[in-house]
Design a protein around this ligand. Structure first.
Ligand SMILES: Cc1cc2nc3c(=O)[nH]c(=O)nc-3n(C[C@H](O)[C@H](O)[C@H](O)COP(=O)(O)OP(=O)(O)OC[C@H]3O[C@@H](n4cnc5c(N)ncnc54)[C@H](O)[C@@H]3O)c2cc1C
Ligand SMILES: *[C@@H]1O[C@H](CO)[C@@H](O)[C@H](O)[C@H]1NC(C)=O
Ligand SMILES: *[C@@H]1O[C@H](CO)[C@@H](O)[C@H](O)[C@H]1NC(C)=O
Ligand SMILES: *[C@@H]1O[C@H](CO)[C@@H](O)[C@H](O)[C@H]1NC(C)=O
Ligand SMILES: *[C@@H]1O[C@H](CO)[C@@H](O)[C@H](O)[C@H]1NC(C)=O
Ligand SMILES: *[C@@H]1O[C@H](CO)[C@@H](O)[C@H](O)[C@H]1NC(C)=O
Ligand SMILES: *[C@@H]1O[C@H](CO)[C@@H](O)[C@H](O)[C@H]1NC(C)=O
Ligand SMILES: *[C@@H]1O[C@H](CO)[C@@H](O)[C@H](O)[C@H]1NC(C)=O
Ligand SMILES: *[C@@H]1O[C@H](CO)[C@@H](O)[C@H](O)[C@H]1NC(C)=O
Ligand SMILES: *[C@@H]1O[C@H](CO)[C@@H](O)[C@H](O)[C@H]1NC(C)=O
Ligand SMILES: *[C@@H]1O[C@H](CO)[C@@H](O)[C@H](O)[C@H]1NC(C)=O
Ligand SMILES: *[C@@H]1O[C@H](CO)[C@@H](O)[C@H](O)[C@H]1NC(C)=O
Length: 635
């Protein structure tokens, strides 16, 4: 179980050759080019690296400003109309395949029984939004408010983010029809209705969906009918970023790119990898100006030119790598590999936070329909394939959408919570290694004490995580949302095409393991409740002989996997207290080099990340536009 989502890669017997139409229609490739020579001859206002969630959001919004030219450099290509990406039922198939996935690996992880774990990252127009699991969620108010607590930073809080969390999305109207409670209704005040990404409720629910909700409900988890309103705690039926009319994935490429594909001031260079930001000394001493980006295309090196800003949106793993390759980072790390340090910012690549989950998997009694049927029953797979091809509905259009975000007091007694807080106190004593870390731990400890902010999540999969042939399953994935562990990513060499060294730090703090343990035990309890328990044949994971806490902890260390939510490696905070970028997302020591992706999140959020990363791009675009308007008025 190298990565959580690798598990679903074994789901289908084979890819069913759907004929999906191209996402953008006739203009799908208008802005796309592979002509590196021509691209490097243009002097753009903005050059952006990476066409994922953050990159396409910022690029397309900047391209809406009249007279502004925008060029993006993307290492992958546009998989337009490719069923591996577009068909929700094929989720997981792209993972580990170099056509779509960078397939990074960590160094051996001591907290995870010494395993080397894979870290999937989308390599394509759309980035990781092209391979993700399509859960469309956001975090709680307090989690965004924490961002601004490290210092003044231009409204990076819930109130400042909310308009930009609405901008990316067009949510489909309410539908009704679930037996337990109507989980398909959200309060419209908090939703967006005019953005490029489509989000909708499922069109297909498995036989275990409602029984699971009922069992979770009777275990005491309240239903959250409005999880986008600032409080995520409780049991929800999340929306998915699926375009319901066609049943296809709605992601950064099909949404943000396609809606801007025919704009003449917007160019996307694909199949090209950025290797360095070109910096020159500014007139003010000690400052640098970014003038462009060096990149490799077909083994040749070129430079893209930027008149205004260079914006890195290469994601949590590769944006810090690019900073280090450009001479920005911890000077001793740079010198060690032979890179000349220009700006000493020791926190580049540090502070990585992620969500780590462990599975409980149950084999179901015969005749219970789950996504496994597409893997094990050729008749059903063929039927569903026809339904999907004709109407874009049915099992192939479905996702796993039953999530619960759990503050500890929802499922643990005071004594257990007390022992978790004690465990956290040990981390604070041992590992408050910097002012920044200390400040983060203060916030996390307040959340533990107050009990409103969810500390763990249970994701229900209507499928096996590690399935055997011919059987159907339910899987409950239990994870920690606000870990105490921190990881890092750094260059291991000055060769820009070499992979960075990733030490994810997963489960290094005992606190993290104990949170997973308590959540897993609670998931095991839910599975003993009606009406779910009558559908279960037997427990598969953890193996039934694993019972006591010590054995469960070993199981967790040997089987836990990341939800692929790394963030925080280029934190937004004041310089000198852990920050790499300021409140305008400008890298300290530069006048115009910005970062716009998941790496700027200073303090991890306990949710699935994509809607927030789009929101960061939307907010940065608004800030840049405001600054331009002010400058225009002044002049
Ligand atoms: C398997 C998986 C499942 C997930 N499930 C969910 C989910 O269900 N719900 C959810 O909300 N989130 C989910 N996520 C997380 C979410 O998709 C990511 O957090 C989000 O896409 C991050 O956005 P980003 O802009 O930081 O990076 P990305 O979207 O990864 O984009 C980075 C882009 O930069 C490009 N790039 C990198 N380096 C270079 C370079 N040197 N030169 C040129 N281009 C470069 C990459 O090819 C990529 O296109 C999942 C992620 C994964 C991997
Ligand atoms: C990877 O994806 C490509 C394109 O869909 C496909 O042709 C190839 O068979 C896949 N490789 C593996 C190992 O699955
Ligand atoms: C969806 O349902 C909720 C709860 O009944 C209601 O408040 C809201 O107005 C509905 N939203 C839309 C867009 O109709
Ligand atoms: C469980 O569902 C019932 C029926 O909808 C509801 O009244 C009750 O509040 C729910 N229980 C919890 C803990 O939310
Ligand atoms: C395609 O692009 C052309 C030229 O930019 C534009 O006139 C036309 O409206 C676009 N068509 C669609 C369907 O977007
Ligand atoms: C690039 O160079 C490498 C090594 O020199 C070679 O193996 C590869 O075929 C070249 N690729 C292209 C696209 O020219
Ligand atoms: C910089 O890196 C060196 C070498 O890895 C390390 O010893 C040092 O602690 C780092 N400096 C800071 C401030 O993190
Ligand atoms: C496949 O599903 C069909 C329809 O539900 C059922 O009749 C058939 O028995 C199943 N086949 C197998 C091998 O389970
Ligand atoms: C598609 O939907 C139509 C209308 O609901 C229905 O008549 C038809 O049978 C569906 N197609 C398939 C293959 O199920
Ligand atoms: C648990 O602690 C809370 C707050 O400290 C208190 O209100 C509650 O009564 C305690 N519950 C039990 C069962 O001790
Ligand atoms: C799965 O079921 C089919 C049809 O019932 C049978 O032919 C096959 O041997 C089974 N495979 C395994 C691995 O049990
Ligand atoms: C402190 O951090 C180190 C390095 O990540 C880790 O090994 C150790 O377990 C942590 N201490 C606690 C109490 O979690």
């Amino acid at each position: 179980m190298a990565s959580l989502y690798h598990l679903s890669a074994v789901l289908l017997l084979s890819i069913i050759p759907f004929t999906t139409s191209t996402a953008c229609g006739i203009n799908s490739t208008t802005a796309i080019t592979t002509d590196a020579q021509a691209f490097s001859a243009i002097e753009f206002d903005y050059v952006i690296v990476g066409a994922g969630a953050g990159g396409l959001a910022i690029a397309t919004r900047l391209a809406e400003i009249e007279g502004t030219t925008v060029g993006i450099i993307e290492a992958g290509v546009f998989h337009d109309g490719d069923p591996v990406i577009d068909v929700p039922g094929n989720v997981g198939q792209a993972l580990g395949n170099s056509t779509y996935d960078w397939s990074f690996e960590t160094i051996p992880q001591p907290g995870a029984a010494g395993r080397i774990l894979t870290l999937p990252r989308g390599k394509m127009l759309g980035g990781s939004t092209g391979i993700n699991n399509m859960a469309w969620t956001r975090a709680s108010r307090a989690e965004y408010d924490a961002w601004e607590s490290f210092g003044p930073n231009n409204g990076w809080n819930w109130d400042g983010m909310l308009p930009h969390l609405k901008q990316p999305v067009d949510v489909a109207p309410n539908r009704t029809g679930l037996p337990l409670v109507d989980f398909e209704m959200y309060e419209p005040t908090f939703e967006g209705f005019s953005g490029p990404v489509s989000a909708s409720f499922n069109a297909w629910y498995s036989d275990v969906f409602s029984p699971y909700l009922a069992a979770a409900n009777s275990s005491g988890i309240p239903s959250n009918l409005d999880p986008d309103a600032g409080t995520t705690a409780g049991l929800m039926n999340s929306r998915s970023n699926v375009e319901r009319d066609t049943g296809t994935r709605s992601y950064a490429a099909s949404a943000y790119y396609c809606s801007h594909a025919s704009q003449p001031n917007f160019r996307v260079l694909v199949n090209s990898q950025a290797i360095r930001v070109v910096l020159k000394k500014a007139t003010l001493p000690g400052l640098y100006v970014a003038t462009g980006v060096e990149f490799v295309s077909n083994n040749n090196t070129y430079t893209a030119m930027a008149k205004k800003d260079v914006i890195l949106s290469a994601g949590t793993i590769q944006s810090p790598q690019l900073l280090e390759l450009s001479g920005i980072g911890n000077s001793s790390i740079l010198k060690r590999v032979g890179i000349e340090p220009l700006i000493d910012l020791p926190e580049v690549g540090e502070n990585m936070q992620d969500h780590v989950f462990a599975p409980a998997q149950y084999q179901l009694k015969p005749g219970i329909l789950t996504f496994d049927a597409l893997r094990i029953n050729a008749t059903i797979a063929a039927e569903q394939s026809a339904i999907y091809a004709q109407n874009g509905t049915g099992m192939f259009s479905g996702t796993d959408s039953a999530l619960s975000f759990l503050p500890l007091d929802l499922f643990l007694d005071n004594q257990t919570i007390g022992s978790l807080i004690d465990s956290f106190d040990t981390v604070v004593t041992e590992n408050s290694t910097s002012v920044f870390r200390k400040a983060q731990y203060e916030i996390q400890k307040d959340w533990l004490r107050q009990g409103h902010v969810p500390q763990s999540e249970i994701i229900m999969w209507s499928r096996g995580a590690a399935p055997l042939a011919n059987e159907s399953y339910i899987t409950l994935l239990s994870g920690v949302l606000h870990p105490a562990s921190r990881g890092s990513v750094h260059v291991g060499s000055k060769d820009p095409l070499e992979r960075p060294v990733i030490n994810a730090g997963w489960l290094e703090a005992d606190f993290d393991v104990l949170v997973v343990l308590q959540t897993l035990k609670f998931a095991l309890e839910i599975a003993t409740l009606e009406p779910l328990v009558s559908m279960i044949d037997s427990r598969v994971l953890p193996p039934p002989d694993i019972q006591d806490d010590q054995a469960l902890i070993e199981f967790i260390r040997e089987n836990a996997a990341s939800a692929s939510h790394p963030m925080g490696t280029i934190a937004m905070a004041p310089r000198g207290s852990g920050g790499v970028v300021d409140g305008n997302l400008i890298v300290y020591g530069t006048t115009n080099l910005r970062v716009c992706d998941a790496s700027i999140i200073p303090n991890g959020i306990g949710t699935h990340l994509q809607s927030t990363i789009y929101g960061i791009g939307e907010k940065l675009a608004a800030m840049i536009q405001d600054a331009q308007n002010t400058a225009d008025c002044d002049s």
